[in-house]
Design a binder for this molecule. Structure first.
Ligand code: UDP
Length: 313
Protein backbone atom coordinates (compact mmCIF):
# COMPACT_ATOMS: atom_id res chain seq x y z
CA UNK A 1 0.00 0.00 0.00
CA UNK A 2 1.30 3.40 -1.04
CA UNK A 3 1.05 5.80 1.90
CA UNK A 4 2.27 8.81 -0.08
CA UNK A 5 0.10 11.90 -0.27
CA UNK A 6 -0.39 13.90 -3.45
CA UNK A 7 -1.95 17.34 -3.45
CA UNK A 8 -3.71 18.20 -6.70
CA UNK A 9 -4.70 21.85 -6.94
CA UNK A 10 -7.43 22.50 -9.48
CA UNK A 11 -8.33 18.87 -8.81
CA UNK A 12 -12.02 19.36 -9.56
CA UNK A 13 -11.24 20.72 -13.02
CA UNK A 14 -11.12 18.94 -16.35
CA UNK A 15 -7.55 17.55 -16.32
CA UNK A 16 -7.22 17.78 -12.52
CA UNK A 17 -10.14 15.45 -11.83
CA UNK A 18 -8.77 12.82 -14.22
CA UNK A 19 -5.40 13.16 -12.50
CA UNK A 20 -6.96 12.63 -9.03
CA UNK A 21 -8.63 9.46 -10.30
CA UNK A 22 -5.38 8.22 -11.85
CA UNK A 23 -3.40 8.81 -8.65
CA UNK A 24 -6.01 7.04 -6.50
CA UNK A 25 -5.80 4.05 -8.86
CA UNK A 26 -2.03 4.07 -8.34
CA UNK A 27 -2.60 3.84 -4.57
CA UNK A 28 -1.83 7.42 -3.54
CA UNK A 29 -3.79 9.33 -0.96
CA UNK A 30 -5.09 12.38 -2.76
CA UNK A 31 -5.93 15.82 -1.43
CA UNK A 32 -7.83 17.79 -4.04
CA UNK A 33 -7.96 21.55 -3.55
CA UNK A 34 -10.21 23.62 -5.77
CA UNK A 35 -12.13 26.88 -5.40
CA UNK A 36 -14.70 25.58 -7.91
CA UNK A 37 -14.40 28.70 -10.07
CA UNK A 38 -14.27 26.55 -13.18
CA UNK A 39 -14.06 23.04 -11.74
CA UNK A 40 -17.16 21.32 -10.41
CA UNK A 41 -18.11 18.92 -7.66
CA UNK A 42 -19.71 16.74 -10.30
CA UNK A 43 -16.26 16.03 -11.76
CA UNK A 44 -15.15 14.45 -8.47
CA UNK A 45 -18.51 13.02 -7.39
CA UNK A 46 -17.40 9.40 -7.88
CA UNK A 47 -14.20 9.97 -5.89
CA UNK A 48 -15.91 11.39 -2.80
CA UNK A 49 -16.67 7.94 -1.36
CA UNK A 50 -13.04 6.84 -1.64
CA UNK A 51 -11.46 7.06 1.82
CA UNK A 52 -8.10 7.95 0.29
CA UNK A 53 -9.63 11.07 -1.29
CA UNK A 54 -10.12 14.38 0.46
CA UNK A 55 -11.64 17.50 -1.06
CA UNK A 56 -10.81 21.01 0.16
CA UNK A 57 -12.86 23.87 -1.23
CA UNK A 58 -10.01 26.34 -1.07
CA UNK A 59 -8.31 28.92 -3.23
CA UNK A 60 -4.56 28.49 -3.81
CA UNK A 61 -4.09 32.21 -3.14
CA UNK A 62 -5.11 31.51 0.49
CA UNK A 63 -3.49 29.27 3.08
CA UNK A 64 -4.67 25.73 2.27
CA UNK A 65 -4.26 24.80 5.97
CA UNK A 66 -3.08 21.29 5.22
CA UNK A 67 -1.89 19.39 8.29
CA UNK A 68 -0.72 16.22 6.55
CA UNK A 69 2.83 15.77 5.27
CA UNK A 70 2.59 16.08 1.50
CA UNK A 71 4.90 14.18 -0.84
CA UNK A 72 3.83 15.59 -4.21
CA UNK A 73 2.18 18.80 -5.38
CA UNK A 74 0.60 18.84 -8.84
CA UNK A 75 -0.36 22.46 -9.48
CA UNK A 76 -3.22 22.40 -11.98
CA UNK A 77 -5.07 25.41 -10.57
CA UNK A 78 -5.89 28.14 -13.06
CA UNK A 79 -8.60 29.28 -15.37
CA UNK A 80 -7.34 28.24 -18.80
CA UNK A 81 -10.10 28.99 -21.24
CA UNK A 82 -9.69 31.82 -23.78
CA UNK A 83 -13.22 32.90 -22.86
CA UNK A 84 -12.02 33.67 -19.31
CA UNK A 85 -9.07 35.76 -20.52
CA UNK A 86 -11.52 38.56 -21.21
CA UNK A 87 -13.65 38.25 -18.06
CA UNK A 88 -11.14 37.19 -15.37
CA UNK A 89 -7.66 38.52 -16.22
CA UNK A 90 -6.78 39.56 -12.65
CA UNK A 91 -7.94 36.23 -11.26
CA UNK A 92 -5.69 34.43 -13.75
CA UNK A 93 -2.66 36.60 -12.97
CA UNK A 94 -3.01 36.32 -9.20
CA UNK A 95 -3.70 32.56 -9.22
CA UNK A 96 -0.47 32.03 -11.15
CA UNK A 97 1.34 34.65 -9.07
CA UNK A 98 0.35 34.52 -5.38
CA UNK A 99 -1.05 31.00 -5.82
CA UNK A 100 2.11 29.49 -7.26
CA UNK A 101 4.20 31.37 -4.67
CA UNK A 102 2.12 29.80 -1.86
CA UNK A 103 2.38 26.33 -3.35
CA UNK A 104 6.13 26.52 -3.88
CA UNK A 105 6.52 27.55 -0.23
CA UNK A 106 4.36 24.57 0.73
CA UNK A 107 6.59 22.30 -1.37
CA UNK A 108 9.68 23.68 0.34
CA UNK A 109 8.16 23.24 3.82
CA UNK A 110 7.14 19.64 3.08
CA UNK A 111 10.21 18.79 1.04
CA UNK A 112 7.65 17.71 -1.58
CA UNK A 113 8.19 17.18 -5.29
CA UNK A 114 6.44 19.90 -7.29
CA UNK A 115 5.01 20.01 -10.80
CA UNK A 116 3.84 23.25 -12.35
CA UNK A 117 1.33 23.05 -15.20
CA UNK A 118 2.27 25.61 -17.75
CA UNK A 119 0.92 25.89 -21.25
CA UNK A 120 1.65 26.02 -24.94
CA UNK A 121 0.32 29.58 -24.68
CA UNK A 122 3.71 30.71 -23.39
CA UNK A 123 4.88 30.32 -27.02
CA UNK A 124 2.24 32.87 -28.13
CA UNK A 125 1.79 33.09 -31.89
CA UNK A 126 4.89 31.00 -32.56
CA UNK A 127 7.59 31.79 -35.08
CA UNK A 128 9.14 28.35 -34.62
CA UNK A 129 7.13 25.35 -35.75
CA UNK A 130 6.73 22.81 -34.21
CA UNK A 131 7.56 24.38 -30.86
CA UNK A 132 10.45 22.97 -28.85
CA UNK A 133 11.01 23.68 -25.16
CA UNK A 134 13.98 25.87 -26.10
CA UNK A 135 11.79 28.29 -28.10
CA UNK A 136 11.20 31.48 -26.09
CA UNK A 137 7.91 32.48 -27.69
CA UNK A 138 6.24 35.42 -29.37
CA UNK A 139 3.80 36.92 -26.90
CA UNK A 140 1.87 40.20 -26.91
CA UNK A 141 1.98 41.26 -23.26
CA UNK A 142 -0.71 43.89 -23.83
CA UNK A 143 -3.15 41.76 -25.82
CA UNK A 144 -6.25 39.98 -24.61
CA UNK A 145 -4.33 36.71 -24.07
CA UNK A 146 -1.45 38.49 -22.25
CA UNK A 147 -3.01 37.85 -18.83
CA UNK A 148 -2.73 34.10 -19.30
CA UNK A 149 0.47 33.92 -21.32
CA UNK A 150 2.39 36.23 -19.01
CA UNK A 151 0.89 34.70 -15.85
CA UNK A 152 2.20 31.31 -16.90
CA UNK A 153 5.56 32.73 -17.97
CA UNK A 154 5.89 34.47 -14.60
CA UNK A 155 4.97 31.24 -12.79
CA UNK A 156 7.57 29.31 -14.79
CA UNK A 157 10.18 31.87 -13.70
CA UNK A 158 8.97 31.60 -10.09
CA UNK A 159 9.24 27.80 -10.24
CA UNK A 160 12.82 28.07 -11.55
CA UNK A 161 13.64 30.60 -8.82
CA UNK A 162 12.58 28.08 -6.16
CA UNK A 163 14.66 25.38 -7.84
CA UNK A 164 17.74 27.62 -7.86
CA UNK A 165 17.40 29.55 -4.63
CA UNK A 166 15.54 27.09 -2.37
CA UNK A 167 16.54 23.80 -3.99
CA UNK A 168 12.88 22.75 -4.42
CA UNK A 169 12.51 19.60 -6.53
CA UNK A 170 10.24 21.20 -9.14
CA UNK A 171 9.60 20.62 -12.84
CA UNK A 172 7.38 22.27 -15.44
CA UNK A 173 5.08 20.82 -18.08
CA UNK A 174 3.66 22.79 -21.00
CA UNK A 175 0.23 21.43 -21.81
CA UNK A 176 -0.99 21.72 -25.41
CA UNK A 177 -4.65 21.50 -26.43
CA UNK A 178 -6.29 18.65 -24.53
CA UNK A 179 -9.81 17.24 -24.85
CA UNK A 180 -12.02 14.48 -23.50
CA UNK A 181 -14.86 13.84 -21.06
CA UNK A 182 -15.44 16.61 -18.46
CA UNK A 183 -14.36 19.41 -20.77
CA UNK A 184 -16.46 22.28 -19.52
CA UNK A 185 -19.30 22.85 -21.98
CA UNK A 186 -19.33 26.59 -21.27
CA UNK A 187 -15.58 27.04 -21.67
CA UNK A 188 -15.89 28.07 -25.29
CA UNK A 189 -13.16 25.69 -26.41
CA UNK A 190 -13.16 24.32 -29.87
CA UNK A 191 -13.84 20.61 -29.25
CA UNK A 192 -16.57 21.12 -26.64
CA UNK A 193 -18.18 23.88 -28.72
CA UNK A 194 -18.22 21.86 -31.93
CA UNK A 195 -19.50 18.66 -30.31
CA UNK A 196 -22.28 20.34 -28.32
CA UNK A 197 -23.30 22.42 -31.35
CA UNK A 198 -23.38 19.30 -33.52
CA UNK A 199 -25.38 17.28 -31.00
CA UNK A 200 -27.95 20.10 -30.79
CA UNK A 201 -28.04 20.49 -34.58
CA UNK A 202 -26.96 24.11 -34.14
CA UNK A 203 -24.49 25.89 -36.45
CA UNK A 204 -20.85 24.89 -35.92
CA UNK A 205 -18.92 28.12 -35.33
CA UNK A 206 -15.53 28.22 -37.03
CA UNK A 207 -13.58 31.36 -36.12
CA UNK A 208 -11.70 33.05 -38.97
CA UNK A 209 -11.25 30.97 -42.11
CA UNK A 210 -10.57 27.79 -40.12
CA UNK A 211 -7.07 27.41 -41.57
CA UNK A 212 -5.44 27.97 -38.17
CA UNK A 213 -4.04 24.73 -36.78
CA UNK A 214 -3.93 22.92 -33.44
CA UNK A 215 -2.85 19.46 -32.39
CA UNK A 216 -4.91 17.64 -29.78
CA UNK A 217 -4.19 15.21 -26.97
CA UNK A 218 -6.77 12.95 -25.33
CA UNK A 219 -7.02 13.49 -21.58
CA UNK A 220 -5.94 9.98 -20.48
CA UNK A 221 -2.72 10.38 -22.46
CA UNK A 222 -2.16 13.80 -20.92
CA UNK A 223 -2.60 12.47 -17.38
CA UNK A 224 -0.10 9.68 -18.02
CA UNK A 225 2.37 12.31 -19.26
CA UNK A 226 1.83 14.51 -16.20
CA UNK A 227 2.47 11.56 -13.87
CA UNK A 228 5.62 10.58 -15.73
CA UNK A 229 6.88 14.16 -15.68
CA UNK A 230 6.49 14.20 -11.89
CA UNK A 231 8.08 10.81 -11.34
CA UNK A 232 10.73 10.66 -14.05
CA UNK A 233 11.15 14.32 -15.00
CA UNK A 234 14.29 16.06 -13.82
CA UNK A 235 14.36 18.86 -11.26
CA UNK A 236 14.35 22.21 -13.06
CA UNK A 237 13.41 20.71 -16.40
CA UNK A 238 10.51 21.53 -18.73
CA UNK A 239 8.53 19.16 -20.97
CA UNK A 240 6.03 19.79 -23.74
CA UNK A 241 3.03 17.45 -23.48
CA UNK A 242 0.56 17.28 -26.34
CA UNK A 243 -0.58 15.53 -29.48
CA UNK A 244 1.63 15.59 -32.56
CA UNK A 245 -0.99 15.37 -35.30
CA UNK A 246 -1.78 18.85 -36.51
CA UNK A 247 -5.25 19.69 -37.88
CA UNK A 248 -6.88 22.72 -39.41
CA UNK A 249 -9.81 23.86 -37.28
CA UNK A 250 -12.08 23.59 -40.32
CA UNK A 251 -11.12 19.92 -40.68
CA UNK A 252 -11.97 19.34 -37.02
CA UNK A 253 -15.42 20.80 -37.70
CA UNK A 254 -15.91 18.44 -40.67
CA UNK A 255 -14.70 15.44 -38.66
CA UNK A 256 -17.13 16.18 -35.81
CA UNK A 257 -19.95 16.70 -38.33
CA UNK A 258 -19.21 13.25 -39.76
CA UNK A 259 -18.89 11.47 -36.40
CA UNK A 260 -22.12 12.93 -35.00
CA UNK A 261 -24.15 12.63 -38.25
CA UNK A 262 -25.52 16.08 -37.45
CA UNK A 263 -27.65 18.36 -39.62
CA UNK A 264 -25.56 21.33 -38.47
CA UNK A 265 -23.94 23.66 -40.99
CA UNK A 266 -20.54 25.22 -40.57
CA UNK A 267 -20.67 29.00 -40.10
CA UNK A 268 -17.72 31.40 -40.00
CA UNK A 269 -17.31 33.95 -37.19
CA UNK A 270 -14.74 36.62 -36.43
CA UNK A 271 -11.30 35.35 -35.38
CA UNK A 272 -10.51 36.33 -31.75
CA UNK A 273 -7.63 38.79 -31.18
CA UNK A 274 -4.14 37.26 -31.11
CA UNK A 275 -5.48 33.79 -31.89
CA UNK A 276 -2.33 31.74 -32.66
CA UNK A 277 -2.22 30.82 -36.35
CA UNK A 278 -0.41 27.54 -35.83
CA UNK A 279 0.44 25.33 -32.89
CA UNK A 280 2.06 21.93 -32.61
CA UNK A 281 4.47 20.62 -30.00
CA UNK A 282 7.78 18.97 -30.52
CA UNK A 283 7.51 16.21 -27.90
CA UNK A 284 10.91 14.65 -28.58
CA UNK A 285 12.07 15.48 -25.07
CA UNK A 286 9.10 13.78 -23.36
CA UNK A 287 9.54 10.76 -25.64
CA UNK A 288 13.22 10.46 -24.83
CA UNK A 289 13.31 11.27 -21.13
CA UNK A 290 9.81 10.36 -19.92
CA UNK A 291 9.23 7.47 -22.31
CA UNK A 292 5.86 9.08 -23.08
CA UNK A 293 3.81 9.70 -26.18
CA UNK A 294 0.06 9.85 -26.79
CA UNK A 295 -1.60 6.61 -27.90
CA UNK A 296 -5.25 7.58 -28.48
CA UNK A 297 -5.86 8.82 -32.03
CA UNK A 298 -8.14 11.78 -32.71
CA UNK A 299 -11.05 9.76 -34.10
CA UNK A 300 -11.18 7.39 -31.10
CA UNK A 301 -10.80 10.26 -28.65
CA UNK A 302 -13.53 12.27 -30.34
CA UNK A 303 -15.89 9.28 -30.26
CA UNK A 304 -15.39 8.91 -26.50
CA UNK A 305 -15.90 12.65 -25.99
CA UNK A 306 -19.06 12.64 -28.12
CA UNK A 307 -20.46 9.77 -25.99
CA UNK A 308 -19.75 11.81 -22.85
CA UNK A 309 -21.52 14.91 -24.15
CA UNK A 310 -24.53 12.85 -25.36
CA UNK A 311 -25.20 12.08 -21.68
CA UNK A 312 -24.49 15.62 -20.52
CA UNK A 313 -26.68 17.75 -22.75
N1 UDP B 1 -12.33 28.00 -32.30
C1 UDP B 1 -13.30 27.99 -33.29
N2 UDP B 1 -14.60 27.89 -32.92
C2 UDP B 1 -14.99 27.77 -31.63
C3 UDP B 1 -14.01 27.76 -30.61
C4 UDP B 1 -12.68 27.89 -30.99
O1 UDP B 1 -13.00 28.09 -34.50
O2 UDP B 1 -16.21 27.67 -31.38
C5 UDP B 1 -10.90 28.11 -32.71
C6 UDP B 1 -10.12 29.18 -31.98
O3 UDP B 1 -10.24 30.44 -32.63
C7 UDP B 1 -8.71 28.63 -32.05
C8 UDP B 1 -8.92 27.11 -32.00
O4 UDP B 1 -10.27 26.88 -32.37
O5 UDP B 1 -8.10 28.97 -33.26
C9 UDP B 1 -8.66 26.51 -30.62
O6 UDP B 1 -9.39 27.26 -29.69
P1 UDP B 1 -9.53 26.89 -28.15
O7 UDP B 1 -10.33 27.98 -27.51
O8 UDP B 1 -10.05 25.51 -27.99
O9 UDP B 1 -8.04 26.88 -27.57
P2 UDP B 1 -6.73 27.75 -27.87
O10 UDP B 1 -5.84 26.83 -28.64
O11 UDP B 1 -7.08 28.97 -28.65
O12 UDP B 1 -6.20 28.07 -26.53
Amino acid sequence: MNEEIALVTGGAGFIGSHLCEYLLNKGFKVICADNLSTGSEKNIEKLRTNEDFKFLKKDVRDDLEIKEKINYIFDMASRASPKDFKDYPIDILTTNGFGVFNLLNLAEKNNAKFLFSSTSEIYGDPKEHPQKETYCGNVNTLGIRGCYDEAKRFAEAMTMAYVREKNVDARIIRIFNTYGPRLNEYDGRVISNFITQALRNEPITVYGDGNQTRSFCYVSDMVEGIYKAMMEGKKGDVYNLGGEDEYKILDIASKIKELTSTNSNIVFKELPEDDPRIRKPNIGKAKKYLNWEPIINLEDGLKKTIEYFKNEI
